[in-house]
Design a protein around this ligand. Structure first.
Ligand code: SF4
Ligand code: SF4
Length: 200
């Protein structure tokens, strides 16, 4: 017959034993962070908000293939691809991502989508302040996710760099927009040439 374990803790101490943890914590270094007044720098490879990247001339890297959406375990990505034309070009190749949405009410920031992307169009930034009280605001659109314009870039749609093809873009041969490159009229987005003349 197994021996009964001996009781080492006298029963009358039980009600106060839990305070021992509290007492010990009083002498430990405080870990309180003064967020949002003081924001902590994240680790360089922290998984934050996504970004849709551009080529150095401003054309978009996304080809609308939907691989990111298929890889997502939370079904948080919605993509609709469309064909480029010479009059309205968003990416160097045949297709581009016309509609792109990420639902941050679903996203668990796991990064599987960026691993699936064949063109490195999709990466993650260090931005972590994504909370919102509205579900609708948590659905980020392509316009919100698309990287900003840097020096040497022209906003899409615009023509491919003359004398190059899609492969040249991925070989890094295009380093800025060709001289004289101008934004084309986004007819598929409801713009008309007259609108652009008024803006100019
Ligand atoms: S980070 Fe993960 S959950 Fe979020 S969109 Fe990408 S694959 Fe889906
Ligand atoms: S982000 Fe990448 S994987 Fe997703 S549709 Fe665009 S090219 Fe394809």
């Amino acid at each position: 017959m197994a021996e009964e374990p001996k009781e080492t803790n006298p029963g009358f101490l039980n009600p106060v034993a839990g305070f021992g943890v509290t007492f010990k914590a009083m002498f430990k270094k405080r870990l309180t962070e003064q967020y949002p007044e003081q924001k902590k720098t994240t680790a360089p490879r922290f998984h934050g908000r996504h970004q849709l990247n551009r080529h150095p001339d401003g054309l978009e890297k996304c080809v609308g293939c939907e691989l990111c959406a298929w890889a997502c375990p939370a079904d948080a990505i919605y993509v609709e691809g469309a064909d480029n034309t010479d009059e309205e070009r968003y990416s160097p190749g045949e297709r581009y991502g016309r509609v792109y949405q990420i639902n941050y009410a679903r996203c668990i920031l796991c990064g599987l989508c960026i691993e699936a992307c064949p063109t490195r169009a999709l990466t993650m930034t260090n931005e972590f302040e994504l909370a919102d009280s509205s579900r609708a605001n948590l659905i980020y659109t392509k316009e919100q996710l698309l990287a900003g314009l840097e020096e040497g870039m022209v906003d899409t749609p615009h023509a491919i760099y003359p004398g190059t093809d899609e492969q040249d873009y991925y070989r890094g041969l295009v380093t800025e927009a060709a001289p004289g490159t101008v934004r084309q009229v986004a007819v598929s987005e409801g713009e008309s040439p007259e609108d652009q003349e008024v803006d100019a």
